[in-house]
Design a binder for this molecule. Structure first.
Ligand SMILES: [Mn+2]
Length: 327
């Protein structure tokens, strides 16, 4: 699969008729925010975009997705231009893999995952904290070429949200001076930074707080506390009356424990496998995840493990992390 240059990306976006934007599974603020921003840019170019997500979009992202672009569609035009956004591998398209195939196969992808697997022509910028940084450059380029008079206010906010989301509110190691420069430019353009950050990080439903409470009281540790994890099974979710989406911040609770170098959340998936999320303070967990069939970033990665129980899946992941920490 060929790698696109930035100008090739710009040409493809300008040439995209009937754009369909695909998010990745378990959609986060970057994939949703970047799709929303792109939809807004297309809208300003007089083209109606559709965003399709393989999984339900979390309610806290409703300020990005509660609009017509994200409304469910019955069928898709055969001549649509399908664009995968922040999707690192075909597996990350989930059930959309079987929908967007043949004439509806993705035309190109926009991504920032260094160890991703391209499944169509790709524009990749691994130094971007979020796909939102790329969408910002795209928006600026469309304005400077006169394709757009200005970046639409909705896109300004959605790009800010995508970057803030993937940087943990500008806290993670993926933040660069450029990340802050883009954020500053977006605030100058009118981004409501305080409100977006409040919606993304300070508002939690009672269900999410209940899930975090469960996680905080069920932490497991290994290697003198250098590794910590929690397991979340269907049975536990049922018992607590909670859904998978309520455990999205579980990994953040685990990683906040003092002394933890690698945090993991092991969650039972609908496919019967166990989805393992990994966060580290320095260890290359993308490498560890790759040995287990997954991928991601140096300090944030994941994989999906077949195992009889959550504890078995956790044991496999803990062993791999231990080996890497002691290597
Ligand atoms: Mn991302």
């Amino acid at each position: 699969m060929n790698e696109l240059s930035f100008s090739e990306l710009v040409e493809r976006v300008i040439g995209a008729e009937k754009p369909i934007l695909l998010t990745h599974t378990r959609p986060d603020g970057d994939t949703v925010g970047s799709c929303a921003a792109l939809a807004s840019l297309f809208d300003a170019m007089g083209r109606r975009a559709t965003v399709v997500s393989p999984d339900v979009i979390p309610r806290r992202l409703a300020f990005l997705s509660d609009n017509d672009w994200f409304a469910p569609k019955k069928d898709y035009p055969a001549d649509a231009t399908v664009i995968a956004v922040d999707v690192a591998s075909p597996q990350q398209l989930g059930e959309l893999q079987s929908v967007f195939t043949g004439s509806l196969s993705p035309s190109f992808m926009i991504d920032h995952h260094e160890r991703g697997a391209a499944f169509c022509p790709r524009y990749l910028r691994a130094d971007a904290s979020a796909v939102g940084e790329i969408v910002y450059d795209l928006a600026v380029e469309l304005v400077s070429r006169g394709v757009l008079p200005a970046i639409p206010p909705f896109a300004v906010n959605a790009i800010f949200a995508s970057i803030s989301s993937d940087t943990g509110c500008f806290k993670y190691s993926n933040v660069t001076p450029r990340t802050h420069r883009i954020a500053a430019a977006l605030i100058e353009l009118g981004a409501d930074a305080a409100e977006i950050n409040r919606l993304l990080f300070d508002v939690k439903t009672a269900e999410i707080l209940a899930a975090e409470g469960y996680v905080a009281s069920h932490l497991r540790r290994a290697l003198n506390g250098r590794i910590a994890w929690v397991t979340v099974t269907d049975a536990i979710r049922d018992e607590l009356g909670l859904l998978d989406e309520h455990f999205e911040t579980a990994i953040d609770v685990v990683r906040s424990l003092e002394g933890v170098e690698v945090a993991m959340a092991v969650k039972e998936s609908p496919d019967g496998k166990y989805k393992v999320s990994l966060r580290s303070t320095g260890l290359d967990v993308a490498k560890v995840a790759a040995t287990l069939g997954g991928g991601g970033h140096v300090r944030a990665a994941g994989c999906s493990l077949p195992a009889p129980t959550a504890d078995d899946a956790a044991a496999v992941a803990v062993e791999a992390v231990e080996a890497a920490l002691l290597a």
